[in-house]
Design a protein around this ligand. Structure first.
Ligand code: HEM
Length: 202
């Protein structure tokens, strides 16, 4: 397989995961409204799993170096683009669900979620060497802030489900996954800091 096709693998996985979520919703829902609600939920889950790979890739490689973690880290940009694709499918699914049900979302959700989409678009458009060089330190700030903001929206959405008995199981599965991914990044940060301190002491 060529290097080009390897590069496309994360985006292909994101596409297949999102398409599977939509197909499963279409097959499981009893009517159009239920199908659209399930599609909004399940496309968010598919995109969360892709997000977790992009968010944890560098930390996993720092903590558990291997050929596989190095490969995933090298493809971090493609995992990020895969997440942008998957979350665009979530946007299409939720617009369809809201149109069909006529439900309104609270203003806070529209502002918080809408801003996440602005960041996702900005990050996707600048996920290339030329933008990285041109933006310099601003690129790091955009991507550093953006990825943690998106993490927060996922965590906030899933943690919010813990208070609702009907949706508690979803919160119990996905909120700890978000916390675990943050934990990995913190442990990797500590490991790198220790290595730097040791190196400067020698
Ligand atoms: C204005 C923007 C957004 C709107 C209007 C919106 C709307 C929705 C809707 C209608 C659902 C289905 C709710 C249900 O029936 O349980 C949903 C689920 C969800 N959305 Fe979005 N969303 C937005 C943006 C986002 C963003 C940016 C993220 C993450 C970064 C996100 C993460 C989630 C999660 C985690 C779920 C729950 C999935 C589950 O139950 O497993 N959403 N959203």
């Amino acid at each position: 397989m060529s290097v080009r096709s390897h590069r496309a693998t994360p985006i292909l996985i994101a596409f297949v995961a999102s398409a599977t979520a939509v197909a499963a919703a279409a097959l499981s829902g009893g009517d159009f409204v239920e199908q659209s609600r399930l599609a909004a939920r399940w496309t968010a889950r598919a995109s969360f799993l892709i997000f977790l790979v992009a968010y944890s890739a560098a930390a996993l490689d720092t903590l558990f170096p291997s050929a596989l973690t190095r490969r995933i880290r090298q493809r971090r940009r493609q995992w990020g683009l895969g997440f942008a694709l998957a979350h665009t499918v979530h946007l299409a699914a939720l617009v369809h669900a809201l149109n069909l049900t006529g439900e309104q979302r609270p203003l806070l959700t529209l502002i918080g979620g809408g801003f996440a989409y602005v960041l996702i678009l900005a990050m996707a458009l600048t996920s290339n060497d030329a933008s990285q060089r041109a933006l310099g330190a601003a690129w790091k700030r955009l991507h550093g802030f953006g990825i943690h903001y998106i993490w927060f929206i996922f965590f906030f959405s899933y943690a919010g489900r813990l208070a609702d008995p009907e949706r508690m199981a979803t919160g119990l599965i996905f909120a700890p996954l978000a916390v675990a991914a943050l934990g990995l990044r913190m442990l990797a940060w500590i490991k790198k800091r220790r290595a730097r301190t040791l190196a400067s002491a020698i």
